[in-house]
Design a binder for this molecule. Structure first.
Ligand code: PEP
Length: 269
């Protein structure tokens, strides 16, 4: 049975004025039956006030989107539906692909674009990421643009260069209005799925570099609105440290989002 609709509105962070966003990226895990159970369990673990600090987006595999959309709607759950990827063309002969308009039709609001696993295993270039950002906005959704340096790039002192080239390529063509609506996930590749998250100091440094790129491109009126997530081995014990950082507005959570207990504790942190 659905919980009573909560009157508590989502509140912005009083320090930054930005709305926080915590996103669960399930990757290629959970079939549609497991997905329904997982979302139901998360729903029952969360208390009404848990929804007022952060928007919560869930990014299941494509085959789970329709059942999760129906579940969210029918039980009036305050989760936002997200996807993990899309093709940059709206339709056509691209066997096996899913387009942005198809996702929008399922009430998807956020689409992860340029995740490091897609860049590494599916050869997604900065140009492809840029085309996907455009496609997501064209369908009135919001991209969560993943950027981050490899371990070697960090060792070589190339973190800032890498972030500049990835962010610049993904967003520089946008109008100021669309640029300010972007969500960027700072995901140092060496911290993803490793169980060892970045040091909060490094996460803040990466996020502040990303914000400064928006500032260089459009000035403070845009850079102060862009939301930046941290992603990479977030768990219930380290989530609060990241959420307290001045340039971090949310989290992109992989492994821990598959476990409703852990994900609920991250949201509550
Ligand atoms: C991710 O896949 O975006 C991610 C951050 O994974 P994990 O939390 O498992 O490191």
């Amino acid at each position: 049975m659905a919980k009573d609709k909560v009157s508590m509105e989502l509140r912005p962070n009083p320090k930054s004025g930005r709305y926080r966003l915590i996103s669960g990226n399930w990757k290629m895990n959970l079939n549609h039956l497991e997905a329904i159970q997982t979302v139901q369990k998360l729903f029952f673990l969360l208390k009404p006030q848990d929804y007022s600090y952060s928007e919560i987006s869930i990014h299941p595999p494509f085959t789970d989107l329709r059942p999760i959309q129906l579940l969210i709607d029918s039980d009036k759950m305050r989760f936002t539906l997200g996807a993990q990827n899309c093709h940059f063309e709206p339709s056509g002969a691209f066997t096996g692909e899913i387009s942005a308009p198809m996702l929008a039709k399922l009430n998807v609001s956020y689409v992860i674009v340029g995740h490091s696993e897609r860049r590494a295993y599916f050869a997604e270039s900065d140009e492809v990421v840029r085309a996907k950002v455009e496609a997501v906005f064209r369908s009135q959704m919001t991209p969560i643009i993943c950027v981050g340096e490899s371990y070697q790039e960090r060792q070589d002192g190339l973190t800032s260069d890498r972030l500049h080239s990835q962010v610049d390529s993904a967003v520089s063509f946008l109008s100021p209005e669309l640029a300010s609506r972007c969500v960027v996930a700072y995901e140092p590749i060496w911290a993803i799925g490793k169980g060892a998250a970045a040091d909060p100091k490094d996460a803040q440094e990466g996020a502040s570099i990303i914000r400064s790129i928006f500032e260089e491109l459009w000035g403070n009126s845009v850079s102060s609105k862009v939301r930046i997530q941290y992603g990479g081995s977030v768990n219930p014990s380290n989530a609060k440290e990241f959420m307290d950082l001045p340039d971090i507005d949310g989290l992109l959570v992989g492994g821990a989002a598959l476990d409703p207990d852990a994900f609920a504790r991250i949201i509550q942190a």
